[in-house]
Design a protein around this ligand. Sequence first.
Ligand SMILES: [Ca+2]
Length: 306
Amino acid sequence: MEFLIPFLLFSFVISKSPVCATNVRLSPFKGLVCNQCQQWCANDTTESKQVRGLDDFVAHTKDGTVGSTKPEGIIDMTLIEQIIDNKIKEALQMRTCDGAKFESASSRNGSGGVVVDSYIPAVGFRSVRCDVTDDGENWTVFQRRINGDLDFDRGWADYVRGFGDLHGNFWLGLEAMYQLTKSGNIELKISMITKDVADYWIAKYSNFQIGPGSDKYKLTVSGFSGNATFDGLAYHNNRPFTTKDADHDHYSRNCASRHEGAWWHHDCANANLNGNFNKEGGRGMWWYDGSYRLLVYSEMKFRRRL
Ligand SMILES: [Ca+2]
């Protein structure tokens, strides 16, 4: 998991230099690294003054930068670390792609997506992938499958926490999806490419929300439009999420095992976008329109309704 790497680095560095940890604490996210902090820290460790000017210091964190002017009187690096940590959380709180500014096409990773940093309560620091080229509007992607390199046949804990690589195949995680959609007024878009004739399908839903863990991350979805030949999610409205090791469906056995795809199963499914990328038939990755229409690409994303 790429999310873990910065924190492992953080743990290593802080153990060597706890006094000058500020720039390390800032480092998990690109663009938030305080290049000056190490020097300030080295110069000031013997002094003790009040913290002033810190608001100005971090005023630009929302833009992904940290002010370059040293905050006056800052000496207590532990206190600074705590305050900056809170300021960053505040700045990144529940950040999705809606408000993100993208400097230029060159900041994109080459496949129509940009990764931005977020802080999600009950989840922690998490990056999210933004789709910025599909129709010129910013969507927060929570499921992406571009090839069969990543195994999606996983259990409950993985689907709650999330897995994969934001630059490739991934599932953002049900808890993050709940937190980021619980305010309501969210719409959903699914982009798909069929395997047989390479049709590019869009399925949009004007209303989308994921419920809390106490409701097994129930799906709320309605208001279908788009050129997909069938409304594959209507059957799943108000259904809790089922994985192969957590059965919340109406089927006598387990739908996620039957279709090798965790989903908001009913009895069982009209869509199986987490199915096995490399399989045909009911265990594959498909959208139902009278038959299992196998897919070679899927991207599920949401945004605040305009
Ligand atoms: Ca069942």
